[in-house]
Design a protein around this ligand. Structure first.
Ligand SMILES: NC(=O)c1ccc[n+]([C@@H]2O[C@H](COP(=O)([O-])OP(=O)(O)OC[C@H]3O[C@@H](n4cnc5c(N)ncnc54)[C@H](OP(=O)(O)O)[C@@H]3O)[C@@H](O)[C@H]2O)c1
Length: 429
């Protein structure tokens, strides 16, 4: 037996000691500190913590802290930088300096990563140091490494998911407990689910940042968040929520990516009506959920906490553990599949409502299925082209809300078939 063991024993990659410089000691930084205390087997030591406001009360003694970034970045003993601050611009400078000095970096800062994705790729290539960021997308769900590694050999055709924990928390509390938008947002902030700047969550920027990162790992397509069609939940009106209740559906903020044919990719973050038989209908409160579709595996459904101190710290911890074995993202799909291009060549079935005196312009739609003018608002169910949504802002104006219907996606081929059928039904063809 011992001979067999000897022959087939796998060669373990060499693990290395990690001496950590931690930036940020807020919700996630505190959570990570506690999680590291609870996992001594990882043999990682936090040498110094850099924060912004020296006067703040901390749970651990003052000698651990500094406000001088250079104390961490110039310390040759520190070989890992954890970047867990809430300022994306300062975060980029920290991460850039760390990578240039050959230090590995773990970050949860989706805004910084999405904004500087290409530069960060180049820095990793040039200096050979790893940047990992599992906590930046869906917090505790191990989605980035799965997209990067597991779906490498399978043909991923689509994914859609709830990728922002605080807006999902707000929508759940409004739907299930009749809280007002303001009350639900305040609760999300008090529980540490919301970004320091709530606009990042409720206007959809955070979800767009995450979608942009996920697209690179899922399809090898690098798209900046500004190029994506997106909005958040700030425009959803009480009347929309009531309509959803009447129709026995929920409103969720959903990020979608879907291949069109062989070489194009549709990607958007929009509120959507979700019916009870949709996997995403069971994703409540601060949970995130993501459904992938691929040729051979068919569907996978990932669900887990998408915000909060410990769920995010768990993902950061997993990245730290991966660094011990010198794990890096290889970004293979970016090199291999640069031909999958982000496109607005598709159509969406939408519900659009306008309150007060705001008038909806019928010419924005390809065809209209329902049109209502009620006392306080007008609303429609109609098909709109993604090109219109990408090129205009009328649907983001005050008083207007746009929510995707349950099965909204219509590609070019389906569009031609349906429009031909509707013309012939109308006796035009
Ligand atoms: N909260 C979540 O559920 C969650 C989930 C996933 C990802 N994230 C991401 O994780 C990061 C941290 O979020 P958080 O919720 O922990 O934020 P937070 O509670 O607001 O804490 C931010 C921390 O950053 C420090 N800081 C800000 N600017 C700094 C600078 N220039 N140098 C050094 N330290 C600085 C602050 O210092 P002071 O303590 O001195 O003010 C504070 O400790 C963000 O990128 C966020 O998007 C958060």
């Amino acid at each position: 037996m011992s001979g067999i063991k000897k022959t087939f024993a796998p060669a373990l990659p060499v693990s290395r000691d990690l001496r950590i410089g931690l930036f940020g000691f807020g919700v996630v930084g505190n959570g990570l500190y506690e999680v590291l205390q609870a996992t001594p087997a990882l043999q990682s030591v936090i040498k110094k913590i850099c924060i912004k406001n020296p006067g703040k009360k901390r749970l651990i003694s003052g000698e651990h802290f500094t406000t001088q970034a250079s104390e961490l970045l110039d310390d040759a003993e520190i070989n890992v930088i954890l970047e867990l601050i809430d300022d994306a611009d300062a975060a980029y400078e920290i991460v850039k300096a760390a990578l240039q000095k050959g230090k590995s970096v773990v970050s949860a800062n989706k805004k910084m990563i999405a904004k500087h994705f290409s530069e960060l790729l180049e820095l990793q290539q040039e200096f050979g140091a790893a940047l990992l960021y599992e906590g930046a997308c869906c917090a505790s769900i191990p989605i980035i490494r799965n997209l990067e590694e597991y779906y490498d050999n399978d043909l991923l055709s689509a994914f859609r998911g709830i990728i922002n924990g605080s807006t999902n928390y707000i929508l759940t509390r409004i739907d299930k407990d009749n809280l007002s938008f303001k009350e639900a947002l305040l609760e999300a902030q008090q529980l540490g689910f919301a970004e320091s700047d709530p606009a990042l969550d409720i206007e959809g920027h955070d979800a767009a940042n995450k979608l942009s990162i996920l697209l690179a790992h899922a399809f090898g397509t690098v798209v900046s968040p500004e190029e994506l069609i997106y909005t958040g939940i700030a425009a959803i009106k009480e009347s929309d929520a009531n309509l959803a209740r009447q129709r026995k559906v929920q409103i969720k903020l959903v990020g979608t990516a879907k291949r069109i044919g062989t070489d194009k990719l549709a990607a958007f973050v929009l509120p959507q009506f979700v019916s009870a038989d949709d996997e995403l209908s069971n994703v409540s409160n601060e949970f995130n959920g993501l459904v992938t579709e691929s040729s051979f595996a068919d569907k996978h459904f990932f669900k887990g906490k998408g915000a909060g101190a410990f769920p995010t710290a768990a993902a950061v911890l997993s990245d730290i553990a991966a660094l011990r074995y010198n794990y890096k993202y290889e970004y293979k799909k970016i090199a291999q599949q640069a031909n999958i291009i982000h496109s607005h060549d598709y159509y969406l079935r939408v519900f659009v409502s306008a309150s007060g005196d705001t008038v909806l312009d019928k010419s924005n739609f390809e065809w209209i299925e329902e049109w209502h003018n009620d006392v306080n608002q007008s609303w429609t169910i109609a098909v709109i082209s993604a090109k219109n949504l990408a090129a205009t802002r009328w649907w983001k104006e005050d008083g207007i809300s746009l929510i995707l219907c349950e099965d909204p996606f219509i590609d070019n081929v389906q569009y031609k078939k349906i429009s031909k059928l509707s013309l012939s039904l109308a006796g035009i063809e």
